[in-house]
Design a protein around this ligand. Structure first.
Ligand SMILES: [Fe+2]
Length: 210
């Protein structure tokens, strides 16, 4: 595991772990992903009048995993993810950095699975919690599917010259952990088809304070 792990502070403290899910494991969860995709819905948000409208931030299909599996143990994806993240080796690494020391609390929140089809994206945004764990899933690498991390924030915007941006390749099985309050995004992607095999698929968990 350690060989596949990179910790970097450029442009913000973040961890990239390759092959958290092996190719074999990605095939093991494929039927579950297909079911979740079939039940997923276009992302929405609530406007100033309280109406549910298409999301202003992103275009993708998504499903809260707990809405489908109220008991997380019934989900192969969650069980596998929990097993990997709880390995002492990994917890040790997370706990060395205060930013990620709330990793034990991630399962108090539901994860969300996002399915990006052709042209889908997520604009620069912040998440509400302390850090974001983004596990890349899927069976191919669509064009333009990289995740962008920035040192900029909405709260304390930097001058143009001091903004740094890092592009992290989308790679099925790869976990990226980064601070939620730094802007991050995905540009519109290009997919060969709308089959599960050609989508950009991710599952997000957020680190909460207890
Ligand atoms: Fe996010």
């Amino acid at each position: 595991m350690a060989n596949n792990l990179i910790y970097s502070e450029d442009p913000v403290p973040h961890i990239v772990i390759d092959d958290l899910f092996s190719e074999q494991e990605l095939f093991y969860i494929k039927d579950e992903l297909q079911t979740l995709y079939d039940f997923s819905k276009k992302s929405t948000c609530v406007d100033t009048y309280g109406n549910t409208v298409d999301s202003f931030i992103d275009k993708r299909k998504e499903i809260w995993i707990n809405s489908f599996f109220p008991d997380q143990k019934d989900s192969k994806i969650i069980s596998l993810f929990r097993e990997k993240v709880s390995s002492e080796n990994l917890l040790d690494i997370f706990n060395k950095n205060t930013l990620f020391s709330y990793v034990n609390h991630i399962f108090k929140l539901s994860g969300i699975v996002g399915f990006y089809e052709d042209g889908d994206f997520i604009k620069p945004h912040e998440d509400y919690n302390f850090f974001t764990m983004n596990l890349m899933l899927g069976y191919s690498v669509p064009e333009n599917s990289e995740l962008y991390l920035s040192n900029n924030t909405f709260k304390n915007p930097l001058s143009k010259d001091s903004i740094k941006i890092k592009k992290i390749d989308f790679k099925p099985g790869r976990l990226v952990v980064f601070p939620s309050k730094n802007l991050h995004w995905v540009d519109p992607i290009k997919c060969k088809s709308s089959k599960l095999e050609d989508l950009r698929i991710t599952i997000q968990f957020w680190g909460a304070r207890s």
